[in-house]
Design a protein around this ligand. Structure first.
Ligand code: DX5
Ligand code: ZN
Length: 212
């Protein structure tokens, strides 16, 4: 199981937390971008990210919780290390247009779905993407409780991938700890994203290992 670590919830400074994730055994730094419109809070601009990640070596898994994600694609191409750029299905009238924009860059493309969004909505997109990010909490903040009722989506996505020979990875984001990561793994997830469980601990690698 791959592990991405999110720094949204933390006790220490941003720089310190990012450095610790970069030096840990995590596979990705999961980057939550919020615009105060798609979700209540707003945090960083792409220019902020550029400064923040200047000296890091891990690949970035960017999760855009923003309206009109198309507006940010070009800017993200200027950031080094972005492996996945993920937009929310619910954030654009024609997600396929944004997917195609991203596919014309060097970045891989992901689609995220809110807990209430059914897999059936994204079926026509699955042939065009590299990651599905299944939200297991309402997007917008860390430290929420994992919603067990999303687990069936992981199984459905796995079946669709097998039946059609698609290649996307299935990631799960929100409320991940050792117990909920196990549920995701048993359902067929390839990656989990964890924030508070790892970042609020005093031993990142121990927590990361418990998720694999
Ligand atoms: C939620 C974010 C998550 C969040 C995960 O809106 O997308 O990435 O930071 O944090 P935890 O693991 O604390 O739920
Ligand atoms: Zn996220």
């Amino acid at each position: 199981m791959k592990v991405g670590v999110s720094f949204l919830t933390r006790n220490e400074s941003l720089e310190e937390t990012i450095k610790k994730i970069d030096e840990s055994s995590a596979d990705y730094i999961h980057v939550d971008m919020m615009d105060g419109v798609f979700v209540d809070e707003a945090n960083y601009s792409v220019a902020d990210f550029k400064k923040m990640f200047k000296n890091i070596s891990k690949p970035l898994d960017v999760h855009m919780m923003v309206c009109s994600p198309n507006k940010y694609v070009k800017e993200f191409t200027k950031l080094k290390n972005v492996e996945y750029l993920t937009l929310h299905y619910e954030s654009h009238r024609r997600p396929i247009d944004v997917i195609n924009m991203i596919r014309h860059t060097n970045m891989k493309v992901g689609i995220a779905i809110n807990p209430e969004t059914k897999v059936s909505h994204i079926v026509p997109l699955l042939n065009h993407i590299d990651q599905v990010l299944v939200m297991s909490v309402k997007p917008g903040k860390g430290g929420q409780k994992f919603m067990n009722e999303i687990l069936y989506k992981i199984e459905t996505l796995k079946d669709i991938r097998e039946e059609n020979n698609y290649h996307y990875i299935i990631s799960v984001d929100g409320g991940i700890n050792d117990e909920t990561a196990k549920l995701c793994k048993d359902s067929g997830a390839d990656m989990v994203v964890s924030g508070s469980y790892v970042v609020l601990s005093d031993n990142y690698d121990e927590k990361i290992n418990s998720l694999r």
